[in-house]
Design a binder for this molecule. Structure first.
Ligand code: HEM
Length: 461
């Protein structure tokens, strides 16, 4: 099988020809090269930076504040991946990255939904927004690479490997390939984990009895100290919650392949060139494997019950040779960040209406998701903020710059950060303020939005 041209051509327009979109022989060579950055021993070394990413965002919140969960979790996820793989902080650019990812996501939504495939050069507002977002992302990645080139010594991270490493044939990677791999890691490495964190927090906030058990586990295992990678084995229920969130809301909800030879599947003979689509969203809801599939039940992942789940019935990270290279990285990051957040605070959803989903390359919410943050006193000190970020001197990348004389459009304008974290007024675009991204009205909230059928399994397809 090879990756499907239609879907991956679209993705290639944003990511370039990196590990997600490339094909043999380039893909095989790059995968082997980059696998070193994802070994369990390496991932363990990133743990501190992952915890720091969560603590950095936590330190910006205050008691009772209303935060937009999707963006906040995306920021933590971006910070964790940029610190771990590129040894730098992208916190200052996080908002622009989030908006760019939004524009790129919208482009995919419309491209999937449109009966006519408009040419790339077509002067539509959607195409303009998409191009501007891609340029914004380009300038972030160029900033990362330029900054590192200033001191080109080996820091032992993925970026050093990309810039300084040589392939078996003695060649360095081309500038374009370095850019495409950085872009791929940046986007694939944060978009999916940010979404998973948001869904996990949303699910826990709707199931207080499970949330209480998770919190008790975290308090018991960590006893008020920072989480480390070795704690994850003991944070059993926390990790089960993450698996269950990935089952119900697999961020990479659909992928596609083309058969390179005639194949028989389920008694059907499929000719070479057939396009196949696979959706963990659908498979994860098979009632034969997952009884009461719409129910959030982290205990279905207890060792005894999970033993009955067939290997390929659960595949949020894909399967086979093209399975996610960041699987272990992602599970470590998710476990550490969720434990760190729940150790410090509790999230109260502003709306009880289920999240409505949008069809995009990833499983994104169709609207903003607000939660009020309630800080917890920790067991050990009883203080509200006993933790500090570890003294990792994360290098900050200069804010996105336009090259002089460049015809690049101005960066996508930013909503002031304070606006989306206000505890006084709802931010622009909040579902309850009637802003541009508003998806629900007050009466939806009171009566239950009839479009909210997400628990009935029709969303996202
Ligand atoms: C919850 C988190 C994540 C999920 C659900 C996820 C899901 C997936 C899936 C389903 C694929 C296969 C796509 C296909 O078969 O067409 C994939 C591939 C990939 N993922 Fe992830 N991913 C996650 C996190 C990450 C992270 C943290 C990184 C990097 C830091 C990453 C980097 C990649 C790359 C580079 C590929 C392409 C692998 C290849 O083709 O060799 N992912 N991911």
């Amino acid at each position: 099988m090879r990756k499907d041209d239609g879907l991956f051509d679209l993705i290639r327009r944003a990511l370039g020809n990196g590990l997600v979109t490339s094909e043999d022989p380039l893909w095989r060579r790059q995968r082997k090269f980059m696998a070193h950055a994802f070994t369990p021993a390496r991932v363990e070394q990133y743990a501190d930076k992952m915890v720091d990413a969560a603590l950095g965002t936590l330190s910006q919140w205050s008691e009772g504040q209303s935060v937009e969960l999707h963006e906040e979790m995306a920021e933590i996820a971006l910070e964790a991946v940029s610190n771990a793989l590129f040894d730098l902080s992208l916190r200052r650019q996080a908002h622009n990255v989030f908006r760019s990812m939004h524009a790129i996501g919208d482009f995919f939504v419309e491209a999937f939904a449109s009966p006519i495939a408009l040419p790339h050069w077509w002067p539509s507002p959607r195409n303009f927004r998409f191009i501007r977002a891609c340029r914004e992302m380009d300038s972030v990645v160029e900033g990362i690479i330029e900054e590192r080139r200033k001191d080109n010594h080996d820091r032992g991270d993925l970026l050093s490997a990309l810039l300084l490493g040589v392939h078996e044939n003695g060649e360095h990677m081309s500038e374009k390939q370095v850019r495409d791999e950085c872009m791929t890691m940046l986007i694939a490495g944060h978009e999916t984990t940010g979404l998973t964190l948001m869904y996990a927090i949303d699910l826990l906030a709707r199931h207080p009895e499970i949330e209480t058990r998770v919190r008790e586990e975290i308090d018991q295992v960590l006893g008020g100290r920072r989480a480390t990678a070795s704690d994850l084995d003991s944070l059993t229920l926390t990790m089960q919650v993450i698996k269950e969130a990935l089952r119900l809301y697999p961020p990479a909800w659909m992928t596609a392949r083309v058969l390179i030879e005639e194949t028989e599947i389920g008694g059907y003979s499929l000719p070479e060139g057939s396009a196949l689509m696979f959706s963990p969203w659908v498979t994860h809801r098979d009632p034969h494997v997952f009884p009461n599939p719409e129910t959030f039940d982290p205990d279905r992942w207890s060792p005894e019950r999970a033993a009955n789940i067939p290997k390929f019935a659960f595949f949020p990270f894909g399967a086979g040779p093209r399975a996610c290279i960041g699987n272990h990285f992602a599970m470590t990051k998710l476990g550490l960040i969720l434990a760190t957040l729940l150790q410090r605070c509790r999230f109260e959803l502003v709306s009880q209406a289920p999240i409505r989903l949008g069809v995009s390359a990833t499983l994104r919410p169709a609207h903003e998701v607000y939660a009020r943050v309630h800080m917890r006193a920790t067991r050990r000190s009883g203080m509200r903020r006993p933790f500090r970020s570890s003294p990792h001197a994360a290098v900050r990348v200069p804010a996105v710059r336009a090259r002089s004389g460049s015809s690049r459009p101005a960066p996508i304008s930013s909503i002031p950060r304070g606006a989306r974290r206000s505890s006084v007024a709802q931010p622009p675009g909040c579902p309850f303020s009637g802003g541009e991204a508003s998806a629900r009205t007050a009466s939806d909230r009171e009566q239950g939005d009839p479009r909210d059928d997400s628990r009935r399994g029709s969303k996202g397809q």
